[in-house]
Design a protein around this ligand. Structure first.
Ligand SMILES: [Zn+2]
Length: 70
């Protein structure tokens, strides 16, 4: 089973995990924030991004900005 690149937890298979390759949406958002801050516009190198993932990243980015307001 894959491991989350953020927290090293076990990651559910892609078919059962909308946050794949991360364990949760939280870790996905953490990773998104990392690469947005460090290398804006450069996707996560190890991730196989498709359109669905890019949509999810955009969604995570909007959720992240909401979280920062709490
Ligand atoms: Zn994780």
């Amino acid at each position: 089973m894959a491991r989350c690149p953020i927290c090293d937890a076990a990651v559910e298979p892609r078919s059962a995990n909308p946050s794949y390759p991360f364990c949760t949406a939280r870790c996905k958002t953490i990773d998104l924030g990392k690469w947005l801050n460090e290398e804006y516009g450069i996707p996560v190198p190890d991730a196989e991004l498709d359109d669905e993932d890019l949509d999810a990243l955009a969604e995570a980015a909007s959720k992240k900005s909401e979280d920062m307001r709490h």
